[in-house]
Design a protein around this ligand. Sequence first.
Ligand code: PGA
Length: 250
Amino acid sequence: MARTTLVAANWKMNGQREANEALLLALRAADLDSLSCDVLICPPALYMAQVSQLLADTGITLGAQNVYSQPQGAFTGEISARMLKDFACSHVLVGHSERRELFGETDAVVCAKFTAIQAEGLIPILCVGETEAERDAGQTEAVITRQLKAIMATLGADSLQRAVIAYEPVWAIGTGNSASPAQAQAVHAFIRALVAQEDPHIAAALQILYGGSVKAVSAGELFACEDIDGALVGGASLNADEFIAICRAA
Ligand code: PGA
């Protein structure tokens, strides 16, 4: 089954107007639209308007890093999926390990956000992944199963028809120590098989991205793996040359 490759940039809490502009102008000039992959930029919410303006007519789409589970109301400091839709966001990250670890987001919170994203017709990018201690203890598959079942048991496997999964081993994020293509492929195949137990057609069409220290030098080998359908890129997405090279490797 042919799946489109998606390269998504997660800027995290980085950027300022001037630096963003330089980065985005470089992406514009690189004509990423002519590539076979889809490219998505997830800036801090505050810069969404700037990014959408600078990327107008490029084919590069806009995503968000986080969302609250309610559509509107007295939730000081929060941003809803409805607001993200208002800015033409197509995708929203949910369950990123930094949200889980630093902001205490449980599987139940992740599921509520996932639901809110889909309720507005946006596509959740559900991040899953094990810590180093969990991998060392042979718990990788159990952790991934728990994180995925938290969605599938509540919303059904059908909900993955309009979703993307990002496998992001926590030990690989921001460490410079990417999973090897074989390590990543093994977990991606496991994720696809887990979904296939519920629905083989949805599993075959499901985009599964790899994230964790993706760099231009390693991207080609990762993208060549059968079950790797793109990348969620953090640090390297802040460097125009690196990010463009990753997109070109797709
Ligand atoms: P990294 O981050 O590429 O800097 O490791 C990836 C992510 O956290 O999405």
